[in-house]
Ligand binder design. Structure first.
Ligand code: 7PM
Length: 271
């Protein structure tokens, strides 16, 4: 993890590969097949250039129902343990639940990615106790209803202020400032126009004191903008990463690791 922090803090890009372990991300049930698939996919993404694998067991799709603690633990912990048997790739746990954070850290995760920015009772305490890097994401509303009617007066200022206030709060609680990442939260209570504003003004987030994580991969804004189904959003997703990179973002959470790394290497070669 320290190596990865050094990389980001020295302005080099880092790619985080997404590993979803929600039931709808598997076609054939069976715990063994799921574990096997998850391991293969994680190792493949590492080979393709991912420095970190983000494991999430709670579907945060707009309209999604909350997942019980037991279900989420049963989904993610065996996967983390399995990956740990075969690889020392950095693992991030995508959760809002303190119990899942705790168990994931014990199983070998070394970063917390929380779309709820550590608001759950006990979440911040666990991250302080383990002195672990955290990603704090902005969202408006909750996954069930957030896309119904998002409203902002000045979206960039509002999100900047939120992220700064939240980061300050975490620093005061005992998180080291080098361990904090911020994320404007593409698609979380945002219209297409909102998402495009965030991308256009990305440099404003990148001038904050914390590295910015961009999670825009395959998001439904590309359905609204281009009419593309989820399996046809690679070009738009990768192009969005390039735009964000040119405006200063360095940390990218993506499904398509090899293609994203190609695009970023191209940018570096030009620069
Ligand atoms: C279904 C729909 C499953 C949408 C998952 C999603 C972000 C994140 C997610 C993000 C950070 C997705 C989302 N998005 N964490 N977790 N930033 N930090 O599209 O944008 O991957 S879940």
């Amino acid at each position: 993890m320290q190596q990865l922090l050094n990389k980001i803090h020295s302005n080099q890009w880092v790619v985080m590969g997404i590993l979803n372990v929600t039931p709808d991300s598997f076609s054939d049930g069976g715990q063994f097949n799921q574990l096997d698939y998850a391991l293969k996919h994680a190792l493949q993404m590492q080979k393709e250039g991912a420095d970190i694998i983000d494991i999430g067991g709670e579907s945060t799709r707009p309209g999604a129902k909350p997942v019980s603690l037991d279900d989420e633990l049963a989904r993610v912990i065996p996967v983390i343990e399995k990956i740990r048997q075969y690889s020392d790739v950095v693992i991030s746990i995508d959760t809002s639940k303190p119990e899942v954070m705790q168990a994931a850290i014990q199983a070998g995760a070394s970063m917390v990615n929380d779309i709820n920015a550590l608001h759950a009772e006990g979440a911040l305490d666990i991250c302080v106790k383990h002195q672990i890097p955290v990603c704090l994401m902005h969202k408006q509303g909750n996954p069930q209803t957030m896309q119904d009617n998002p409203e902002y007066i000045a979206i960039v200022d509002e999100i900047k202020q939120y992220l700064l206030a939240r980061a300050d709060y975490c620093v005061n609680a005992g998180i080291h400032s080098e361990n904090i990442f911020v994320d404007p939260g593409f698609g979380f209570g945002k219209t297409l126009e909102n998402n495009l504003s965030l991308l256009k003004e990305m440099q404003q987030f990148c001038s904050l004191a914390y590295p910015v994580l961009v999670g825009i991969s395959r998001k439904s804004m590309f359905l609204t903008l281009l009419g593309r189904d989820v399996e046809h959003r690679l070009v738009a997703s990768t192009s969005a990463v390039v735009v964000a990179y040119q405006k200063g973002a360095r940390f990218f959470r993506v499904h398509d690791v090899a293609e994203t790394c190609d695009a970023l290497k191209l940018c570096d070669a030009v620069a």
